[in-house]
Write a protein that binds this ligand. Structure first.
Ligand code: F6P
Ligand code: MG
Length: 484
């Protein structure tokens, strides 16, 4: 599929793309360097207490860590000087050829330097390249350089988490009235879908310019906060999604797929939404979650993140009881809300156990494992060619009753990250994947590409000077049904 517009790249100095290559990526790369440096430092401090044999191993780990640091330093250097992107080394993991072949094509078009390459390709390439630095070592293969950051931010989300657990507990009491009153259920459905949407507002690759106060603010849940934010949903297909769900009445085995985005608070909101769909509505019997198999765009969910999420939520010490020096506020949760969270997460665990909730790959998959279907999510490809490029995945999603694409990057890939006019219909922008299966995109705007918005609204926002395409304040809820 060839879109009639070029992809977003770094030529427009006012674009978020340019801001990304100029400022955000260097900050993210420096964060990885700091993370490795800290681990190396701790290992160094521990050396005197080690046996000779252990010392030898630890010294190798430290050496390998230093090599990764220097390779990341080189990438930063090349980026700042608009140098050529180097091929991904043959590291034995998936997609090396895919990235390198694409890079060769770009070289022929003279688009293979850090400022001439399309944004979507180069950003995916960057995370795959970083992964290769870890894979080529003996001791850092399983290391996720973003893990500490993901966990720390998750720990700071306790307020909204307890609040949502209590909301879900209250639903329990209304379960029977809800079941017999679809209109009431619809009201709750809309709250749930919005909660899940705004859960995407806080991905960690944006942390380079958002403060923790901003984040807490974005995580404010509850009816009033949502009503206040409803006006920021620039295209809102919630009603259509509801109609679609109710049309599943009586269908056995209706399955919803979540193409996940970020770990931590967003994954929590995905679980809550999934729980609502299977526990409180009669329309959904099974949910499949799709993770990324390598550390990806800082905060995306990997299988280890998925596995540890419920464990963390059930741990009595995960959320701080008192303010921590790192800035995590005391959860301040009452005994009651702790109990609500416990009950809810125990239910999720039982769903995972019984297969009502499942991960698309084995839950114990280590970082870097390969899976014909899941590899597609960490390729640089837009989704419109899924049928040709990942036929098994496409086929599997055809069996789904609803595929929910979470977040900004999924939206960029659905629309090919090209410079569509803002009013392009979603159906047009997603190309040939439209109609394959029911698609729902829940996206807070964090990149230049936008579609599905009234041209007048877009023009007005453009004129206002507000960075509405990427400041994370605006969102879209876009639905495309299966072709009949
Ligand atoms: O950095 C590029 C980008 O796609 C941004 O547009 C966005 O901030 C981030 O990465 C990923 O966002 P999300 O986690 O919502 O996919
Ligand atoms: Mg993400």
């Amino acid at each position: 599929f060839q879109a009639p517009y070029p992809p977003w790249d770094f030529t427009d100095r006012n674009s978020f793309a340019f801001e990304t290559v100029l400022r955000r990526w260097p900050v993210i790369l420096t964060g990885i360097i700091d993370n490795i440096y800290c681990r190396n430092h701790d290992l160094g401090v521990s050396l005197p207490s080690k046996s000779e044999e252990e010392k030898a191993t630890v010294e190798v780990i430290i050496e390998e860590g230093k090599k990764i640091i220097s390779k990341i330093g080189e990438v930063k250097y090349d980026m700042a000087r608009d140098r050529v992107l180097q091929p991904i080394p043959e590291d034995g993991e998936a997609l090396t050829d895919v990235y390198n072949k694409e890079l060769e094509k770009l070289a022929k078009k003279k688009q293979n330097t850090w400022l001439t390459v399309p944004w979507l390709y180069s950003e995916c390439y960057l995370y795959r390249l970083i992964r290769s630095f870890f894979v080529q070592t003996k001791h850092w293969k399983d290391y996720d350089p973003f893990l500490a950051q993901k966990e720390a931010t998750f720990q700071k989300s306790s307020k909204a988490i307890y609040q949502l657990a209590t909301t879900m507990h209250e639903l329990e009491g209304d379960k029977h009235t809800l079941a017999s009153d679809p209109d009431n259920l619809k009201v709750i459905f809309k709250e749930m879908i919005q909660m899940c949407l705004w859960g995407n507002a806080t991905d960690l690759s944006m942390l380079t310019h958002l403060s923790h106060d901003d984040i807490q603010h974005l995580q404010t849940v509850g009816r009033d906060a949502q009503a206040a934010r409803a006006e920021y949903i620039l295209k809102d297909d919630q009603e259509k999604v509801w109609q679609h769900l109710t049309s599943l009445t009586g269908k056995e085995d209706s399955r919803v797929d979540f193409v996940l985005d970020n770990a931590g608070f967003e994954l929590f909101t995905d679980f809550v939404f999934a729980d609502f769909l299977v526990t409180y509505t009669p329309y959904v019997s099974k949910v499949v979650f799709h993770p990324k198999l390598i550390p990806w765009f800082v905060s995306d969910v990997t299988p280890p993140d998925f596995k540890s999420a419920t464990k963390s939520l059930l741990s009595p010490t995960f959320f701080p009881q008192e303010d921590t020096p790192e800035g995590a506020p005391a959860s301040g949760a009452s005994e009651e809300s702790r109990q609500h969270l416990y009950e809810m997460v125990k239910r999720w665990e039982s769903y995972i156990e019984s297969g009502v909730f499942s991960l698309s790959v084995p839950i114990d998959s280590p970082l870097g494992s390969s899976d014909a279907q899941a590899n597609f999510w960490t390729s640089p490809y837009p989704y419109w060619n899924m049928k040709e490029l990942a036929p098994e995945l496409h086929k599997s999603l055809e069996d789904s009753s609803l595929v929910i694409f979470k977040g900004d990057l999924n939206f960029r890939k659905l629309t090919g990250d090209v410079q569509w006019p803002a009013s392009t219909p979603f159906e047009t922008a997603i190309g040939p994947i439209a109609g394959s299966f029911p698609i729902l995109s829940l996206r807070t705007n964090k990149a230049d590409v936008i579609v599905g918005v009234d041209q007048e609204v877009a023009d007005k926002l453009d004129k206002s000077g507000e960075k509405w395409r990427y400041n994370g304040k605006y969102a879209v809820v876009l639905f495309q049904p299966r072709a009949t």
